[in-house]
Design a protein around this ligand. Structure first.
Ligand SMILES: NC(=O)c1ccc[n+]([C@@H]2O[C@H](COP(=O)([O-])OP(=O)(O)OC[C@H]3O[C@@H](n4cnc5c(N)ncnc54)[C@H](OP(=O)(O)O)[C@@H]3O)[C@@H](O)[C@H]2O)c1
Length: 242
């Protein structure tokens, strides 16, 4: 495994598994299989209604999911958990633009991570400049464009895949890690979960990274609205009952 070193000295693997939209049964299976294969980074959320299935009591890295409602009070809770040693690292998710700007004036503890949409069509260029200033690492959600066929079927990835004996998805994931980004591809397919970890035995050249950079279209696949933020703040998702 390869790791990124966070601004507080903690090491984090560069590849993890995502669990968005997995049922508790699928999440439990994917996580169990992934752990057997050597994964040690799992991304889940209360809102995915599979948090319990993903593993009770894992608080190594704790995020605030959205800048919704009184998010500063939520961030203070993360800081508290960090100070008390309950979380090894803390992060903000979907805090691009004005939210990270405001948080910068208020944080006591600089977050170790931000989790945002990122992939070769949307590389978060602007945000990464802010992150570099504070040594905050970026964890890419939708690293494969949420399975978008146009991204995965880009001829460049197929060509590089042929060269390195990898699938297009593996090439995309390697691009992320070489960009210094941590990835959490989601899958309920055990072969894909295995493939998604098997990306560290080849290195894209500088020229190949530059070719992939040309695919950037500043195109997101997910657009959050202010109305949604209001809904998120009042949302009380159910959770699995034993
Ligand atoms: N913080 C946030 O607000 C936020 C938002 C969205 C997502 N997330 C996190 O990010 C994770 C990843 O996002 P995502 O799962 O929505 O999208 P994704 O990882 O970009 O794409 C998942 C899709 O790609 C397919 N796939 C996975 N590995 C593949 C492979 N090796 N070859 C071909 N296809 C492959 C999956 O199908 P199969 O199941 O068939 O493999 C699935 O359809 C989520 O699970 C969640 O943990 C966070």
């Amino acid at each position: 495994m390869e790791y990124v070193t966070l601004n507080n000295g903690v090491n984090c693997p560069v590849v993890g598994i995502g669990t968005y939209m997995l049922t508790p049964a699928d999440a439990e299976n994917s996580v169990r299989e992934a752990l057997k294969m050597g994964y040690s980074l799992v991304d889940t959320a209360n809102a995915y209604v599979n948090e319990r299935a993903c593993g009770r009591g894992i608080v190594d890295l704790l995020y605030i999911h959205q800048p919704a409602g009184n998010w500063l009070a939520g961030y203070r809770q993360l800081e508290k958990a960090y100070k008390e040693g309950k979380a090894k690292a803390i992060g903000i998710s979907n805090f691009e633009g004005k939210y990270i700007e405001e948080l910068q004036t208020k944080w006591e503890i600089v977050p170790q991570f931000i989790q945002v949409e990122a992939h070769p069509y949307f590389t978060q260029k602007e945000l990464r400049q802010v992150l570099d200033k504070y040594d905050i690492k970026l964890m890419s959600w939708y690293p494969l464009g949420h399975g978008d066929k146009s991204l995965i079927n880009e001829p460049l990835f197929a060509e590089l895949g042929r060269k390195y004996g990898k699938s297009s998805a593996q090439v995309i994931l390697r691009w992320h890690t070489q960009m210094g980004l941590v990835v959490i591809p989601g899958s309920k397919n055990v072969d894909h979960i295995k493939d998604n970890l098997d990306i560290l035995d080849f290195t894209l050249t500088k020229e190949e990274m530059a070719e992939i950079a040309k695919l950037d279209k500043n195109q997101r696949f997910y657009h959050r609205t202010d109305e949604q933020l209001v809904q998120f703040a009042g949302w009380r998702p159910s959770f699995e009952q034993k």
